[in-house]
Design a protein around this ligand. Structure first.
Ligand code: GLC
Length: 449
């Protein structure tokens, strides 16, 4: 074994600003709780940053849901169409991924929904359900001001989307219109939901303590079970005690509440994004930005002569070239071994990276991903403490949580420090919430009709 290579003290020192102390986590929790209450309150909602949208999902699945459902899943890296059959204790699923070209992501709303309708129609043909009229659940993972289970106005686009003519419109109607324009298939939209809601439902199907759905993927967001009486925006009369609330906590910090922990990398990622000033917390956590945060730190340290002998590369200097999956890969290297890290360095045109450089690169990745895990943990602890239940399971999905080698453990550790003593919690990977969750929400909705 060679001798362990150490991280440069100068880099260690400059990365301290990426650490979130326990005390800072607690400060964040106080602020987030305040923002959540602002979002829930009728008088404060309009001015609030963390919107806490009412989802109108009030029943968790009881395992008795049955039937055949279609689901659409828009809002991650891919667009998917699914057909899901729920049966006793198991379910069956066929799905297909369709690319959403960049031109459509930032084009007109009409082309987006025409594209969705076309994919749906093709999928129905291929799966021989072309002549049926099936119930459909639409997982639409953006901030939606919902007025019911099948009515939701887009508040704003997030992540990489920016289609014209959709903000303020009822997205279910836009989907129905696009399907009607084609006129070749029939569907019955039973529910529109957020991916966090789907994740919660999907986890709750098997696990009766599940009260939170979390996504740490392209974006980051959470939903949880709230008392209906606290969800003051609930439109209509409810006889049920609880309702799921989609926090849209990615927007936490849009009013400066996170400035006390932001760094120059965060400000740069934000100002060069398609939605400057928006989704501040999301930009510190999620997969769409994590790699870029690391890249900016690498660029800075290279220019200071602390990395790669001061010699960078065109690839390193170009925005977006350090993928978030690199962070997971590099941190998956065994201690003292830099196999994956070397591959990444080669891909970035940095074959001259030394072992010392690799140790530094890995350290920077660790700081950025640990910060994300700690931010998410403060949020989860806030929700757990707010609900006050003795035992809560958190259903989680998303590429960062799924593929990062330490994210889960980092979260367990930090949440344990932050939850009210006596409360138990566990974190569970929720398999395919956006697909199966959509079917479950649709099924629960059909059950009621
Ligand atoms: C973004 C969206 C939110 C979604 C999250 C995860 O934050 O605004 O609705 O849940 O990404 O996909």
């Amino acid at each position: 074994m060679g001798h362990a290579t150490c991280v440069l003290p100068a880099i260690r020192e400059q990365c301290r600003e990426l650490l979130i102390t326990d005390k800072q986590s607690r400060e964040m929790m106080t602020r987030l709780l305040h923002e959540l209450n602002q979002g829930l309150g009728k008088k404060t909602h309009d001015e609030s940053v963390v919107k806490c949208f009412v989802t109108y999902v009030q029943d968790l699945p009881n395992g008795k849901e049955r039937g055949k459902f279609l689901a659409l899943d828009l809002g991650g890296t891919n667009f998917r169409v699914l057909i899901i059959t729920l049966a006793e204790n198991h379910f069956d699923m066929q799905s297909k991924i369709y690319a959403i070209p960049q031109s459509i992501m930032v084009g007109s709303g009409t082309s987006l929904f025409d594209h969705i309708a076309e994919c749906l129609s093709n999928f129905m043909k291929e799966n021989d359900v072309y002549k049926e009229r099936l119930p459909l659940g639409f997982t639409f993972s953006f901030p939606l001001k919902q007025l019911g289970l099948t009515k939701g106005m887009l508040e704003r686009w997030t992540k990489g989307f920016k289609c014209s003519g959709v903000v303020g419109e009822d997205v279910v109607q836009l989907l129905k219109d696009a399907i009607a324009r084609r006129g070749d298939v029939q569907i019955d939209v039973c529910a529109i939901l957020n991916d966090t809601t789907g994740t919660l439902m999907s986890c709750a199907w098997k696990n009766h303590n599940c009260r939170i759905g979390l996504i740490v993927g392209t974006g980051s967001n959470a939903c949880y079970v709230e008392k209906t009486k606290n969800a003051e925006l609930f439109d209509g009369i409810s006889t049920k005690d609880d309702v799921l609330v989609n926090t849209e906590w990615g927007a936490f910090g849009d009013n400066g509440a996170l400035d006390f922990v932001r760094t120059e990398y965060d400000r740069e990622v934000d100002s060069s994004s398609i939605n400057p000033g928006k989704q501040i917390q999301e930009k510190m956590i999620s997969g769409m930005y994590m790699g870029e945060l690391v890249r900016l730190a690498l660029v800075r340290f290279t220019k200071e002569g602390l990395l790669f002998g001061g010699i960078g590369s065109d690839l390193l200097y170009r925005k977006g070239n350090f993928y978030t999956k690199y962070v997971s890969e590099i941190e998956s290297d065994k201690k003292g071994d830099y196999m994956n890290c070397r591959d990444v360095m080669d891909e970035l045109g940095l074959p001259h990276a030394t072992d010392q450089d690799c140790a530094n690169v890995r350290f920077i990745c660790e700081c950025v991903s640990m910060r994300a895990a700690h931010l998410v943990s403060a949020g989860i602890a806030t929700l757990i403490n707010k609900m006050g239940e003795p035992h809560v399971t958190v259903g989680i999905d998303g590429s960062v949580y799924r593929f990062h080698p330490h994210f889960h453990d980092l979260m367990v550790e930090r949440i344990s420090q932050l939850v009210t003593p006596g409360i138990k919690f566990d974190l569970m990977l929720s398999e395919d919430g956006s697909g199966r969750g959509a079917a479950l929400v649709a099924a629960v909705a059909c059950r009621q009709q």
